[in-house]
Design a protein around this ligand. Sequence first.
Ligand code: ATP
Ligand code: MG
Length: 218
Amino acid sequence: MPVIVIASPKGGSGKSTVSVILGSTLANQGIPVTMLDCDPNKSLTIWSGKSTIPDNITVLSGISETEIIKSIKVNDADGAIVIVDLEGVASRLMSRAISQADLVITPMRATSLDAEIGATALNLIAEEEEALGRDIRHSVVFTMTKALRSRQHSGINESLKEQGVDVIEPSLMERAAFSAIFAFGGNLYSMAPQGNMPTAIENAEGFSEAVLARLSDG
Ligand SMILES: Nc1ncnc2c1ncn2[C@@H]1O[C@H](COP(=O)(O)OP(=O)(O)OP(=O)(O)O)[C@@H](O)[C@H]1O
Ligand SMILES: [Mg+2]
């Protein structure tokens, strides 16, 4: 089954949020999901401890640089979609995870600084592709976006597209439910309503579908 690695050396770019929203939404559709929490800050582990998580989600924590490749291979063979959440820093752990990915997603806030630091994630993927002698599918997703798209957002979007970088639509909007899920645990369907839930759920499902489409076309 596919291995999705969420990677950006930019701290706070939305990696753990993308991991939890994607994983819990896919699991709600009946897809078994294994999440590997490779961040010493353990965002996913904290989320999974807040309330009972569905049977088809497994969260494994504290995975180190020496264990990551074996851990991905073992869990990949189990038939679940594997989602790897990484620390916001470029590291050997990050390179190793990327080397095992069917899809790398780089979350990015639509600001110039985030785009600049996010670009280093794309360079790291390119280096890994060179080392492995194969292409690694990768995409950017804008996070914490507003309903009204800023000029900066449009500009960065255009520039990524010109460079041939795949940008996942829809972006993950800034939503109270997407941050509150870490306090409540569970998924968007089970948690106490926060803000406009139907819109948040529609956004999460649209994003997850766009990710699945990338896995199935190739
Ligand atoms: N789409 C969103 N809507 C609302 N809040 C968000 C969204 N995405 C992220 N946040 C908030 O922004 C902060 C950083 O997000 P998150 O922890 O997902 O980033 P990260 O890249 O995993 O950070 P780190 O590099 O520290 O692991 C958190 O407080 C999170 O709740
Ligand atoms: Mg994180």
